[in-house]
Design a protein around this ligand. Structure first.
Ligand SMILES: [Zn+2]
Length: 372
């Protein structure tokens, strides 16, 4: 989830860059791969295969709560998954197998587990783990905005929460999750060690080029949407950052202009807003939550033209019922979200001649490509 109180940091205008797909194959990793949050060029995944572009569809399956209220351990519901059919009809039509990022309250909830187990057993999707620390035991931290980013917690506590989350998913679904997403994209310096210890192979907690530091979250401004490797001991893990990019007539220069745009004075004078109004420069993520369809298409085309091969589409399951998230307040909003999904997926499969994959399928592709 992201907080509605900060729409600029939510699924709205996140910050991003072009990509950098010009690295060497790296089956042997250099020491620099030890750095999860400051990847070097040689760790960027270079997919040389003919296929693609690829789209990974992510549904953040989580409890419904008031996005504008302070964080609370109670007072949420877990019912909106009953409306997953609204989106699933579209996924089925395009033969898409999304990854459902389940958090602790959802894994505790019988009806939600039954719905997701049916999807899993039919081979119509995969299950990943999503950590919302404020509703994920053990509880030993104060409920603050800072502590809502799991990467800010003491390492033992972040690790203990991830262990319990991993165990409950295994217990409830009979599979051990290998794909992780930190709630609020709250990944920290210690996260990679915990991922390795718990057997995770893919992380999707990085929100490329987005700066969450105003809110005590991570600063991802230097990270592009290109996938990359990082390592802890002998465990090599694939990072798949949330796609975010620049487009418009100056789109190619977005990364170079980023420091200027994000300068406090520039933010104060809404420099990006003005450039965007003039059609010169804009940036967007790929989500039906707060991003117009034409912007999602434009950013996909622009990043693909610059060499990006894999794209991530994400939204929250509570958005499938009106009134739960700031993006879907009524039935008209919901109809628009559904239409957005259908049109974007159609665009990706036809105009982009793209393919739909799961994170694990992309990892397999990349690993095979390296051996070739
Ligand atoms: Zn979330």
């Amino acid at each position: 989830m992201t907080r509605a109180s900060r729409p600029d940091l939510a699924h709205g205008r996140a910050h991003t860059s072009s990509n950098g797909l010009n690295s060497s194959k790296s089956s042997v990793l250099s020491d620099s791969t030890n750095n999860h949050l400051n990847p070097s060029r040689e760790n960027i995944v270079h997919y040389a295969g003919e296929a693609g572009p690829f789209l990974i569809t992510c549904v953040d399956v989580e409890e419904e709560f008031n996005w504008n209220a302070p964080f609370s351990r109670h007072g949420y519901t877990t019912v909106s998954l009953r409306s997953i059919g609204v989106a699933k009809r579209i996924f089925d039509k395009f033969h898409i197998r999304p990854i459902y990022f389940v958090d602790y309250p959802v894994a505790k909830n019988d009806p939600s587990v039954a719905i997701l187990s049916d999807i899993l057993n039919a081979g119509e999707g995969e299950i990943g783990a999503q950590l919302h620390p404020w509703v994920n035991p053990p509880f030993d931290e104060d409920l603050t905005v800072r502590n809502s980013y799991p990467g800010n917690l003491p390492p033992w506590l972040e690790g203990a929460k991830l262990r319990l989350l991993t165990e409950i998913i295994q217990e409830r679904f009979g599979i051990r999750p290998t794909v992780y997403k930190a709630g609020r994209y709250g990944v920290g310096e210690n996260t990679k060690g915990m991922l390795a210890e718990n057997g995770y192979r893919i992380d999707m907690s990085v929100r490329s080029h987005c700066d969450l530091s105003d809110d005590d979250g991570p600063d991802f401004r230097r990270i592009t949407p290109s996938p990359y490797w990082f390592q802890h001991d002998q465990h090599r893990i694939l990072e798949l950052p949330l796609t975010c990019g620049y487009f418009g007539r100056l789109g190619r220069w977005g990364l170079k202009l980023q420091r200027t745009i994000d300068h406090p004075a520039a933010r104060r004078f809404h420099v990006l807003g003005i450039l965007s109004y003039l059609g010169l420069l804009n940036r967007a993520t790929i989500t039906p939550e707060g991003i117009p369809l034409r912007e999602a298409k434009a950013v996909t085309k622009a990043l693909h033209a610059r060499g990006l091969k894999v794209f991530i589409l994400a939204f929250h399951s509570p958005s499938l019922e009106p009134g739960n998230t700031p993006y879907v307040r009524n039935h008209l909003d919901l109809a628009r979200l559904v239409e957005w999904l259908e049109e974007f997926l159609y665009f990706f499969s036809t105009d982009m001649a793209g393919q739909f994959v799961t994170p694990q399928e992309f990892l397999d592709l990349v690993s095979r490509d390296e051996c070739a």
